[in-house]
Every structure is written in C-alpha cells, then in structure tokens.
Design a protein around this ligand. Sequence first.
Ligand SMILES: [Fe+2]
Ligand SMILES: [Fe+2]
Length: 394
Amino acid sequence: MATDTAQSIFGASMAPFKSLQETVPIAMDMVKRGKFKLLKTFLGPAYDGLVLKKGKQSKQSFMHADHDICYDWTYAKGRNPQIDRLYEAGKAAQWNVSTDIDWTKEVNPLDIARPIIPDKFCPAAPHPMWNKLTPHEQAVERQSLLAWLLSQLLHGEQGALFATSQVVQSIPILDGKLFGASQIGDEARHVEVFHRYLAEKLEKRYEINDNLFVLIEAIMQDSRWDVKFLGMQIMIEGFGLGAFRAIREIVNEPLLEDIMLYVIADEARHVHYGVLALQEFYSKELSEKELAEREDLAFEICLLLQKRFLAHEIYEEFYGQKMTLSQWDQFAYDSYLMQIFRDSMFDLIIPNLKQIGLLSPRIEPLYRSHGLLRNDLGKSAPDMKNEDYLLKVR
Ligand SMILES: [Fe+2]
Ligand SMILES: [Fe+2]
C-alpha cells in the first residue's frame, strides 16, 4: 500500500511537469517563428487542455464564446448560387442513423482470423514486441487503436456541431446560414452514428486527445466568424475527411465502411461550402495584413495536425512501460498508418488553402520545408466529385 501511495503522490506531483513538456514546444515553436499573436490564441487553450486537462477532468467542459450575431433582413436566398445549390443538395441527402444503417450487422473487433485492422496498418506490428503478444492481445490492441481513432473523430464531430451553430449565427450571407442549418443536422447525425458504433460495436471509447481539445477550444473562443470557419470547416473538417476516407480504406469491417460512405458524402459538402464562403470573403473583404494573419494561423494548425496527434492515449495504455514517450512519438510518426493519415488529410487541406487565397509565395516555402506541399497539388473542393474522396492504399 505504501508503494501505491508513494506512486500516486509522485504521479500526481509530476503530472503538471509532464504536461508542460507538451505545452512548451508548441509555445516555443511559435515564439521562434515570431508568431506572438498566434501564441495568444493558443496559450490559454494549451494551458486548459495540456496542463489542466480540462477535456478529461469531468463529464462536461465549458468554453466561453464571444462572437457577434448577424441578423440578415434581406432574405436574399440564392445570392450565392453555388452555396444555394449545396443547400438544396444537403436537404435532399439527409439520412437517418436509426433506419438507414443496418445495425443488425455483426461486428467482432477481436476477430483473430479476420483482423479488424490488418497488421500492415498497425503502428506496433513492425516492432519485435508485437510478436511477443498473444493473438488475443494483438486483437485487443487493434480494437483499441480503432476505438481511439473513432473516439477522436466523435469528439471532433461534437466540436463541428458547435462551431457550425456559431457560424450560422455570425456569417453575413443568408445562403451560408441556410446551408449551415442543414450542416448542423449532418453533424448531429455524425455524433450519433460514431457514438452508437463505439458503444454497441467496439464497446470502448477514449477521452478527447489533449491537442485536439486545445485546437477546438482555440477555435470556439475566437470571436471572428471566418477564423472559426477556417479552423473548423477547412482544417478540422479536412482532418476528419482525410481520416474518414483512410479508415474506410484500411478497415476490414463492412458496417463501418457503409457508415463512412454516408459521412464522407456529408463532409464533402461541408468542406465545399467552407471553400466557397471563405474564397469570396477573403478575396473581397480582408486587408493584406488580415490575410497574412489567417495564413499564419492555418499553417500553425497544419503543424499541430502533422506533429501532435500521435496516439499518446494508446502509448500510455500499452507501451508506457516498454519505451519512452519520445521513442513512441518517432515510432508512431514514422508508422505507415500515420503516413497514410497525413497524406490523406493534407492532400485535401492544402489545395483548399490555395483556393481560398491562403497559400501565397510568402508562406509556400514554409509548407515545403515541413514536407506539407507536393509538387502536384490535387483538386480543391469545388472541383472534386464524390468518387475523388475515395482513397486507394491497399
Ligand atoms: Fe461531421
Ligand atoms: Fe462536417
């Protein structure tokens, strides 16, 4: 008992320092790049998420929102015909989690004969430790990895639900408000479908990753509608869409593949809407200085998405005794799974940033130096068809 008590005291007293180790690199990176304004945006949320662990401390978290609500008395529906068309498409494409998904399909996340995630996509599989595990232990890790990924998507969906609600209030375009209302219904469905799948089929759910919490809180608290929109509709939705199509391609699980097809079709509309609305706003309404600020913010979010989503919750559960956190970070970062996620996500995000005018010659070399820019930039959302969102990696 004495040892247990000592460990718990030691663990508790060390926790803030461990968290600071994660917070400081984010802050130092921004200071090195001279991004003091961005530091202000992220520092509060970083303290809440990484030091106080606000996303993990209780059943609810409260974030303060401070934005203007824009009432549009013109009712000028169709002023932006492309967004209007998306609104019509959104209304026609509503589906029902309860009746359109075949929940009678059996899922066995611990199936040894037919692994739910093939070994080539499991980060730990190339390591000698993997072969020392029993087949059942390997299956538990596969189940946990999928549950971790889907849990983060679930938490991101709840964030998308709130961010969309905020943007509906703030956006000065009526077509945007109407489309946004249809998107709120979509995001509610996504929360419902991922929660139900995790509860009924995987029977496991993880808390929000601290870095995802930081990002979501920073977006929720910014008072500028276009910044919320950029952060959520282009960056986090791009991250989600990249993950959805990667998961659909790598899992051996027909029910989840069906769910992903429904969700991907919805998300494609959302990202398309984000690009249309911001393209117009950024080309007409913002000064060069304001644009450069958005450009810097988008780049910082790209770095966070590239470097900070390394499944620390999986490390703590399975590998904390076997390797150091920095060894795990390198190991997870280099894994085939993470490479696929990064490629899938940035192939979608970067062309959209260019389309909305946030990839100027000033910032392009920075993207290139961090390996975020390919020579053959793909299509942006307005040019993509549904089939372009399906990935082929096997
Ligand atoms: Fe969604
Ligand atoms: Fe969405």
